[in-house]
Design a protein around this ligand. Sequence first.
Ligand code: ARG
Length: 464
Amino acid sequence: MTDQSSNQMWGGRFAAGPDAIMEAINASIGFDKRMAAQDIAGSRAHAAMLAATGVITDNDAEAIREGLLTVLSEIESGSFQFSTALEDIHMNVEARLKEVIGEPAGRLHTGRSRNDQVATDFKLWVRDQFDAAEKGLLALIKALVDQAEAGADWVMPGFTHLQTAQPVTWGHHMMAYVEMFGRDLSRVRDARARMNESPLGAAALAGTSFPIDREMTASALGFDRPAANSLDAVSDRDFALEFLSTASICAVHLSRFAEELVIWSSAQFRFVTLSDRFSTGSSIMPQKKNPDAAELIRAKVGRIFGANTALMMVMKGLPLAYSKDMQEDKEQVFDAADNWMLALAAMEGMVKDMTGNRESLAAAAGSGFSTATDLADWMVRVLKVPFRDAHHVTGALVAMAEGRGCDLPDLSLEDMQGVHEGITEDIFNVLGVENSVNSRMSYGGTAPAQVRAQVQRWKEILAG
Ligand code: ARG
């Protein structure tokens, strides 16, 4: 033990003394500097309001306004010296403002606290990310709608249990994801509307005795209204949790689609060719073209949902109002937001660039007895056989074809009549995959006409 400033019991692990360790665990400037623009916007709104209500003079407010603009430009140009000793972005900005304008800087913090300040900054930051997510989702939805329109009538196998089930259309499959991302979009809009209340002016927790105008700061910052309870305003992180849960659900959708692209782009499937721009090669196997972007998108849900879980755990059991635990909110949200936006952009790029392989899709569509249900339905419709019986007869025919190593349309009429005497030549019309998909005209079904109707509906939504 040579370093006397280190704690005798545990200091050996640390080069620095307790004060430095306290500073290291306490400081958030390393990450909350990302909220500098929001912090300065909040301070400008607050200062203008303090002058309008007569709490500070117009001269002081003007000095603060100009000083804050100087600080902002220093931060934007990269010349600003961030200090860990000053803990966080709020104190870094205020301390620099003091250096730039002197005494009036000390009046800025009248009628507010870092507790409402950080809640305001963070809300503004998260709100921007909701807006970015909305843009990213709209772009992705558009790319999917374009794919669906181009291949509205391309047949492919539809799966359940990843076993061939019934033929579907490429367009229908693309539009399934449009619905999912459409719900994500509605969750984003919904959460954004709910979170758009201003915490500013809640002060430390109880409000303030100064005659502040919370409507004024709320509207200057684009909030719909001031938050109605000061205790809630400084301790609420629902908006961050909703952001993370919305991101998590969307990341699940991205992951499911990414997984399909990984499977579809394999040599065994060849359903889709991903562009070189979104693939990588192997350093040892020359034939390889790897769907790395899809794999990484598939994985992103891990860290995004991890952030959601982490912040839920941070918030659970916290008494009102602010506790320092809540400083642990930002890194989770920053990381999740960065990766969510990246995954959305990468998926959009991949979808735009990918080519559905119409021939491979069609070849696969007919295999695996995919039109067995059509056969059974035909017996019900034409022969008036109860569906359960038709199901049984079809099962026997599938077993026969399987035994012979052929598909259902390869069986002869005699073979079929041997199983059920009522079957006629007409059956061969329904065993084709084109016929199968064309017949699925129920609302929301896979028929190309239904797909085109949904494409049209979404085009109108996107244009609106
Ligand atoms: N850096 C803090 C945070 O992110 C700001 C609020 C500090 N408030 C306090 N009372 N110490 O939560």
